[in-house]
Write a protein that binds this ligand. Structure first.
Ligand SMILES: [Zn+2]
Ligand SMILES: [Zn+2]
Length: 289
């Protein structure tokens, strides 16, 4: 864990970096080979007003910048932030250059790209509308190499889903109620035939309503875990990107009233079909286990 995460909550870390002037101060200290005096540092950045300069510097001292008799220098977290900016994997506003991800889109076989913008990850396909998007605080990615980002994003999404499964809202910790149903017309995907099933996680406190596909919603069901285990696969190690996000052939609505929908899991040519009702209770497992 990067040390700056231990020192403060991610929100306060990144709000203290939210201003471009503060990032400029950190960059100036990174480029200097030695401690800089107050006036040397002020000269090195493009902030004319010395009151403003003093204010922003003050916000950095302690956590990212240290002051000694010789002058100002970076703390280890200050070095880490600069290293991550140089590595191109991180900018202070919670975004990064798009990354291609493997494997191909399970819904259509297209190429997918992971983007991180304004603290949100989006995985989009170049040839269908199946898309995953979810919030991730920048601290999650702060000390990661670019190649690691898709796997880290996957693990973060799994952790969020686990909170939802246990009944806690990821935004406010309020109570979550789950329902399964057909995707609404607004959620329907161009290029995919027919309605497809989704799971809605409805927060009773803040009203948030995250939605997932059935497959992803059933990841930690014991029958699914056991099915993969029997095939020598620990599903916890598999990136979520290997599974359909929404609307693939592996998810179908069996009946509208009463509502029944199924997700089909496959490994080595074997299949496991899990059927759920409107309350997202499992009502059928094929073959029986
Ligand atoms: Zn696709
Ligand atoms: Zn909530």
């Amino acid at each position: 864990m990067p040390s700056f995460v231990e020192q403060a909550e991610p929100e306060s870390v990144f709000s203290s970096l939210a201003d471009k002037k503060r990032v400029a101060i950190l960059r100036a200290l990174w480029q200097a080979d030695e401690e800089l005096s107050f006036s040397e540092l002020h000269d090195a950045v493009d902030i004319e007003d010395s009151g403003q300069f003093n204010y922003h510097l003050g916000k950095l001292v302690g956590q990212f910048v240290q002051k000694s008799e010789a002058g100002y220098s970076l703390t280890e977290p200050g070095n880490q932030i600069n290293g991550a900016i140089d590595g191109g994997s991180y900018t202070a506003d919670g975004s990064m250059a798009p990354i291609q991800i493997e494997p191909a889109c399970p819904t259509c076989g297209g190429q997918r790209t992971l983007e991180y913008e304004a603290d949100r990850v989006s995985v989009e396909c170049d040839s269908c509308d199946a898309m995953a998007t979810f919030g991730v605080p920048p601290a999650v990615f702060a000390d990661r190499d670019r190649e690691e980002i898709p796997a880290v994003a996957s693990r973060y999404l799994r952790a969020e889903l686990s909170r939802l499964e246990h009944g806690f809202c990821p935004y406010c910790d309020g109570r979550i109620e789950r329902h399964a149903g057909p995707a609404s017309p607004e959620e329907s995907l161009d290029g995919l035939g027919g309605p497809f099933p989704v799971v809605r996680y409805e927060c009773q406190q803040c009203g948030a309503e995250p939605t997932s596909g059935l497959t992803i919603g059933l990841f930690s069901h014991p029958a699914v875990v056991a099915f993969y285990h029997d095939h020598g696969i620990d599903i916890r190690d598999r990136p979520v990107w290997e599974f359909p996000v929404f609307g693939s052939d592996a998810e179908r609505i069996d009946n509208e009233d009463p509502f029944r929908a199924s997700a089909i899991f496959s490994a080595d040519g074997d299949e496991l079909t899990i059927t759920v009702d409107e309350q997202f209770e499992v009502v059928g497992i094929e073959p029986e286990r």
